[in-house]
Design a protein around this ligand. Sequence first.
Ligand code: BES
Ligand code: ZN
Ligand code: ZN
Length: 474
Amino acid sequence: MEIRVAPAELDLSDATLVVGVLEGLQSAPGSEEDFALADEGVMEAAGFEGKVKQTLALPHPEAKTMLLVGMGSEVDFDSVRNASGNAVRAAKTEKVVTRLARIGIDGASRAVTEGSLLGGYEFKEYKSNGGKVKVTEVEIIDGDEEEIAMAATVSRSVTRARDWVNTPAIDLSPSQFADQIAESLDGAGLAVEVWDEARIAEEKLGALMGVAAGSSRPPRLIHATYRPEGAKTHLALIGKGITFDSGGLSIKSASFMEEMKVDMSGAAIVAAAAEAIAHLGIPVAVTVVAPLTDNAVGGNATRPGDVLRPVKGPTIEVLNTDAEGRLILADGLGVASSAEPDLMIDVATLTGAMHVSLGDKVAGYFASDADTADLIRTAASRAGERFWEMPLVHDYRKQLDSNIADMKNVSGSRYGGAITAALFLYEYTDERPWVHMDIAGPAISRETAGDQVKGGTGIGVRTLVEVARRLAED
Ligand code: BES
Ligand code: ZN
Ligand code: ZN
């Protein structure tokens, strides 16, 4: 789908003209002249009230059709983005011309671009009859060219992350995933290394090796660097890349296993964010570390009670092989901290407990200090992604004390599971500024609405790009 600024001379003859409507049938600012042509009786008969998610196609003297899109009661970034997503799915033509960027808010062109590209996203790889979305071009009346280009770059990286998350595990082994990440990061100008099982052993990544031991598909680790001119700050991005989480010997029940191809989302998201940061030329040094492995059941699988040695930091008694994300991240953080970054951010579908805490649509984050927490809060809010700060309750650390090793990988308590997981990771941060994002709930969307489509979401990509922008400004 191409997004561009509409030319001064509009050609609407084969286009859907998108017009914004607020709840109570008020025109959204900037859509007045076309909304005036809408027949009130027809709107009423159709039950169209301008509510979020409602759309209505009506005749228009110049356009093929006029599509009214409900925006609810708010005129803001989120409502423009979501209305744009709903519009591209409802439009029946290849071309859309939209009035939504005339609404008079900051970032309106970005909102329309993101909404169109992300709301119009479809994963068609395994569908015999292709997709449903017709739209191939969106013209934005009074759009801002530069803003559209930047938003399109970020949105394309989000869709790349979504493609990876949606790909079944059978077609995304650690080595296939590594090759695809390498290709994308190489294309964006990063220097990429793919560590194979021999290199992983040589580097003594004992925790990653322990998780990989049960699978016939060997592990990989992505180590990529972006070193632009003029960079004063160094950001390390670490992503959990479990290509399928069966739970290992502490095997999951069938219903919990169903969605577990999603467990490589963290790796997909940090890779996609780094790609966008490099394409945008943001002057920040970036190091990407993504350990990639299955968590499988096999004769060589790590057993409950086994002790693993990550490259640095505490030795780990594995009491539950299903708490594997923290194991591979211990090595991921170890490798990343050796590069001496100014800030480390890990992204992981880490705990069901976080999903229970914040539900399907909100991600949690933990930060090492208040300034870093502020940075994430403001970046996420600017990016339009829902992140909520969780507390690092250091008192709970003693729940991870082990009888025979430095630490065990589960607390043994049902309570505060997302927090004890974060405290586990904290042990491998070298006390550097650090953020842990637990996206277990919103890594996938269970509904299609606005810029969200059922399946992988790529949540975090937009926030990480915004964090990089802010670090470059300091
Ligand atoms: N990959 C899961 C967490 C998860 C849950 C991701 C739901 C996406 C949706 C993780 O590896 C896991 O199994 N965690 C366990 C930890 C427990 C054994 C301490 C969990 O949350 O049950
Ligand atoms: Zn698990
Ligand atoms: Zn997992």
